[in-house]
Ligand binder design. Structure first.
Ligand SMILES: [Zn+2]
Ligand SMILES: [Zn+2]
Ligand SMILES: [Zn+2]
Length: 318
């Protein structure tokens, strides 16, 4: 598999990507990650946590920074930065697992940064996605885990970027659906989803927000540019900043601060066919159970139209 090793690799180990030949499912086996610190877990167990590696002043606790947004002339790996990108100290995939810390402040969530601050963060996300795909990754998956119930091990808010040597199965599934729709009806299935969202539309703008008819998670919301666009690398990120900030506030309000996963799906490095980039917000009000795991069928108890109404009511006007 190409791209399994990379240059600019600060990490000395990383997981191994394996495929179950019966199910076709992929697993990254990364036992070193079990040794990583977890302030959330530590706080639960011992009521105390070590110094936060993502706070200003603790730069020495992470590998050297890959890049940072900091005043001209300020030294790398020292305070002064606004956004800092470091290789994951316990990478799932060597050289392909980055951490993007979007604020030196320990409790600053993405929506606390304001539209301009969030735009600056989105520009870093895009630059790192481009860097991963420009150095051989087949695809780049950007994710945010918020809260221990969503898999976050460190409290300080951050995003993680995974460059993978293969196109991940979920993105591959989506690409197949885009192709099917395009062959049958012509055009883009996601453009058609936005057009047909009706009362599931949460926000109308250059970037639309809507609740899919078949949600996997209660309170789930998707964001995408209304004008068809395959690749976030060529996107106008300003409307995304405004819509994403409001969506995060609305989801947090509507779900009572539920743990949250967020991910960005953009076209793979080599796109053949149709795709339309989007962001999915997945509040984790219920845990994944047997039917989801054994049949890959989601079971939700919230009506998507009602969920959309609640999100519209919680959507900040300012
Ligand atoms: Zn911190
Ligand atoms: Zn489209
Ligand atoms: Zn998707």
């Amino acid at each position: 598999m190409r791209g399994a090793t990379t240059s600019g690799d600060h990490s000395t180990f990383g997981g191994e990507l394996r495929r179950n030949p019966v199910s076709g499912r992929l697993t990254i086996v990364a036992p070193e990650r079990a040794a990583r610190p977890s302030d959330l877990h530590a706080a639960e167990v011992a009521g105390a946590a070590g110094p936060c590696p993502f706070c200003a002043g603790n730069e020495g606790l992470t590998p050297p920074e890959t890049e940072a947004v900091r005043p001209r002339g300020s030294a790398p790996d020292a305070p002064g930065w606004r956004i800092r990108v470091v290789p994951n100290k316990y990478p799932a995939l060597a050289g392909r697992h980055e951490v993007i810390v979007h604020s030196p402040q320990h409790d600053a969530e993405l929506e606390d940064l304001g539209d301009d601050g969030l735009l600056e963060v989105l520009e870093v996300w895009r630059r790192r996605i481009a860097a991963q795909m420009g150095t051989g990754a087949a695809a780049a998956t950007l994710i945010v885990n918020r809260g221990p119930g969503a898999g976050a091990s460190l409290e300080h808010p951050h995003a993680q970027l995974f460059g993978t040597p293969v196109v991940p199965p979920l993105l591959l599934d989506e690409l197949l659906e885009f192709e099917r729709f395009s062959n049958r009806f012509g055009g883009c299935v996601l453009c058609a989803e936005i057009d047909g969202a009706g009362e599931r539309l949460v926000h109308d703008g250059d970037v639309a927000a809507w609740v899919p008819a078949a949600t996997r998670f209660p309170g789930e919301v998707w964001l995408a540019p209304k004008a068809h666009e395959p690749d976030v690398r060529s996107a106008d990120l300003r409307p995304l900043a405004g819509a994403l900030r409001r969506a995060l506030v609305a989801v947090d309000t509507a779900t009572g601060g539920a743990p949250l996963n967020l991910w960005l799906h953009t076209a793979p490095a080599e796109l053949r066919g149709v795709f339309h980039w989007h962001v999915e917000l997945a509040p984790r009000l219920s845990s994944i159970a047997g039917l989801e795991l054994g049949a890959d069928i989601a079971l939700v108890t919230v009506d998507p139209e009602a969920a959309a109404e609640a999100l519209r009511a919680a959507w900040p006007q300012g």
